[in-house]
Design a protein around this ligand. Structure first.
Ligand code: ZN
Length: 235
């Protein structure tokens, strides 16, 4: 499986250290339970390996990603963001996969100026400059689809009511995403559609000012890998 880089070696050591620290803890028990009860099909896996061993199943190794079945491409896309394996696919084809994923992604847009607009948009349909269709303001926040909190917080703010610390945090996150949408328009929408990419990460990616569009997508991928890598330990 792929060539293990120095970086991956370091990360593996880091992971082993964490395993040692939590070996006798409840979280270890729970992680094992989740792994063996929910994530892995140990019996099914054993069956497949036995059939491969007996020659009943044959393995075809495909070297050229162009020959992968469409089913395999999203899997490769899932593996690569973890950054633990050397990309099994050339950058150009990763780029196509991530580009299409981001452009087909959906964002929930809310007007922070009038509080009257809350709508879901597909990234590829976003105009260069994003405005609230109700009041024409460019102060439009972007959040994930299931976030029902932001709309309520904006409404509360419009009524001049005091926000709880939790709500203030929500409002600030919305405000910062609106700043990015206002400054970078559609480009900010593309970045914010990345997995685990909030306004803080997005502004870092957007500030890099990449002349080439491809570089923007690669930087989003990098940010997603970082998110996946840390989520593996802390989520
Ligand atoms: Zn508005």
């Amino acid at each position: 499986m792929g060539i293990v880089s120095k970086d991956a070696e370091y990360k593996a050591r880091e992971a082993r250290l964490l395993v040692d620290i939590y070996r006798n803890s409840m979280s270890n028990l729970e992680a094992r339970r989740e792994l063996f009860a929910e994530k892995l099909d140990v019996e099914g896996g054993r069956l497949v390996l036995n059939r491969i061993g007996s020659g009943d199943l044959k393995i075809d190794v495909v070297q050229d990603v162009g020959q992968c079945t469409p089913l395999a491409v999203p899997l490769l896309d899932r593996i690569v963001p973890h950054g633990l394996l050397r990309p099994a696919v050339e950058e150009a084809s990763i780029l196509d996969v991530i580009k299409s994923r981001l452009l087909h992604g959906k964002l929930r847009l809310l007007c922070m100026y009038c509080g009257q607009w809350d709508s879901v948009r597909t990234v590829e349909n976003l105009p260069e400059q994003i405005r609230c269709p109700k009041c024409r303001s460019t102060l439009v926040a972007s959040t994930f689809l299931s976030n029902d909190a932001l709309g309520k917080v904006i409404a509360k703010k419009m009524r001049n009511q005091k926000l709880t610390p939790e709500e203030s945090k929500e409002w600030m996150t919305g405000w910062r995403s609106a700043g990015l949408i206002q400054n970078y328009g559609r480009k900010a929408g593309i970045v914010l559609a990345g997995r685990g990419v909030g306004p803080t990460t997005a502004s870092r990616v957007l500030r890099k000012h990449t002349a080439k569009e491809d570089d923007l997508y690669l930087n989003i991928l990098k940010a997603e890998r970082e998110f996946e890598r840390t989520r593996m330990f802390w989520d």
